[in-house]
Ligand binder design. Structure first.
Ligand code: FES
Length: 88
């Protein structure tokens, strides 16, 4: 059974339970959170935000190592690996 994590979108204060297989962007949109996105394939950075916690970025092709080190993530392809706080 897939693990689930609490993901909080800080601007709206919305918290949702997100499966480890689910993408953070889609979970937020389904909960009614206004989130910017364009390609939804990790290729444009429109969805890039600061994220506190561990988020899988193995499909985030356009993000740089420096951006990852600063805590940014492409949430359209980001799957939670811990509880998260999303700065959006
Ligand atoms: S929407 Fe394009 S990288 Fe996420």
């Amino acid at each position: 059974m897939a693990k689930r994590f609490s993901v909080t979108f800080l601007k709206s204060g919305t918290t949702v339970q997100v499966s480890e297989d689910e993408r953070v962007l889609y979970a937020g949109l389904q909960a009614g959170v206004a989130l910017a996105s364009e390609c939804r394939r990790g290729m444009c950075k429109t969805c890039m935000v600061l994220v506190d916690g561990v988020i899988d970025q193995s499909e985030a092709f356009l993000i740089s190592d420096a951006e990852l080190a600063q805590g940014y993530a492409l949430i359209c392809v980001g799957r939670p690996r811990s509880d998260l706080r999303v700065h959006a």
